[in-house]
Design a protein around this ligand. Sequence first.
Ligand code: VGL
Ligand code: ZN
Length: 202
Amino acid sequence: MRPAKEALIVIDVQNDFCPGGALAVKDGDQIIPRINGLMDDYSAVILTQDWHPANHNSFAETHPGMAAFSTIDLPYGIQTLWPRHCVQGSPGAAFRSDLRTDPAQLIVRKGFRAAIDSYSAFFENDRTTPTGLTGYLVTRGIAKLVLVGLATDFCVAYSALDAARLGFGVTVLEGACRAIDLNGSLAKQRASMRDAGVGLVS
Ligand code: VGL
Ligand code: ZN
């Protein structure tokens, strides 16, 4: 058993990010047995769930003429446009049926405001609007976080960088993550995480 002040945070292991899904991450499903096995070692287990309205601003379909995986300028900065994914209540937004969810004590839904995306489990993409997760962790006395899930270079990395900035000790178990790797994003985010003091462990 890991120390009580340490939490396992499982990022976005949802149908749309796995093979066959709308924004499939290569081999995204292959991390699930390992994640399931980790859950019994942690007294705090938290899941996140990407949870968008159908007209979300991060969807290419919301911007006529714009292609998926291109970028646009929004008031909070540059936003990558994604294929429509993880629409609230849709099968694609559900957790993979082989992911254990019973051990989770908290499920954080994010990206539920149409005007702003939220990669991180802590803040939306303006880096200031909080999800509330910080308060939950702090009031439970949790100081160290172990992050796994999808995708390494987007939601996992943004969460890890925010957590480090907030003062948590952060480890990313890369063997229990898979990446999108868009235009070199994986190498860039791995370097940023290292610079921020995030432990990268295979
Ligand atoms: C994610 C892109 C869009 C992720 C979520 O979970 O990494 N990536 N929405
Ligand atoms: Zn999303």
